[in-house]
Design a protein around this ligand. Sequence first.
Ligand code: SF4
Ligand code: SF4
Length: 301
Amino acid sequence: MKPSDWLMINQQPFKIAIASGKGGTGKTTLSVNLAAYIAEQEDVVLVDLDVEEPNSGLFFEGKLVHEEDNLKMIPQWDESLCTLCGLCPKVCNFHAIMQLGPTILVFPELCHSCYACAELCPVNALPMTPKVIGKLRDYQVDKLHFVESRLNIGEEQAVASIAKTKKYVAGKYAEVRIALFDSPPGTSCPVIEATKDADFVILITEPTPFGLHDLTLAVETMRKLEKPFGVVVNRDGIGNDEVLRYCKAENIPVLARIPNSRKIAELYSAGKLIYPEFPEIRESLGHILDYCLSTAERSPA
Ligand code: SF4
Ligand code: SF4
């Protein structure tokens, strides 16, 4: 299958997730620059799934085209109907409901919105009700569509918010050929939710012992998820060559090496794109994109 046939056959964008074992490795830098680079030629959607701290938007002054609440369905106990039969704490696999004497307590942060309690309650005393957990905003700058979700302060519903954002993007941008997902850092549930249905994952790291440690964890996660992935080394030139040697030994493609540079750091802190100022980075972005899309040729339709 040719990359250009991907959309036609799969009826959805080719999804590239940009992830890293930890924060501060250049994930957002790569996401925004790759998105802007693609948008020079064609429509692209960049989705910031780092819902606890989305910051891709700092690089674009887009026009807000849509805004909505991110909701999560949780059961709300109706004391007037409840017979205290004790069934709901038993059916909840996530320990999100507890009976305390004559009271049923619901813990929204543990609830997975599975509806089991609501459906099995014999007297309908646990109707599922929407709870606002954050906001989704959709911006546009020419061919670049930028979607971000931001959790309300104190909310711990990152996975639900990420799932909702991906659903919105799948519905609204089914016609766009490429979608980029700036994923949360780490290897826990939010990053798994952000990357689990990606067609390709770019792992960005730094050539330091810490970078290598976090990269190995991220690689393990991607292998468990059976995702095709490659590595981009950021701040190349600091540290040592252990990351490169690890990638070679593990047969992991290194898609690009972004040099360590004061000018890049200054552009980043000023909320500016780097590739317009660095022809070699423009070239690297082209290579990264070609490689990602070339995996479509090796993927089953
Ligand atoms: S299942 Fe329904 S009736 Fe039984 S304790 Fe829970 S809320 Fe009350
Ligand atoms: S909806 Fe599911 S996860 Fe949430 S409280 Fe009910 S049984 Fe537990």
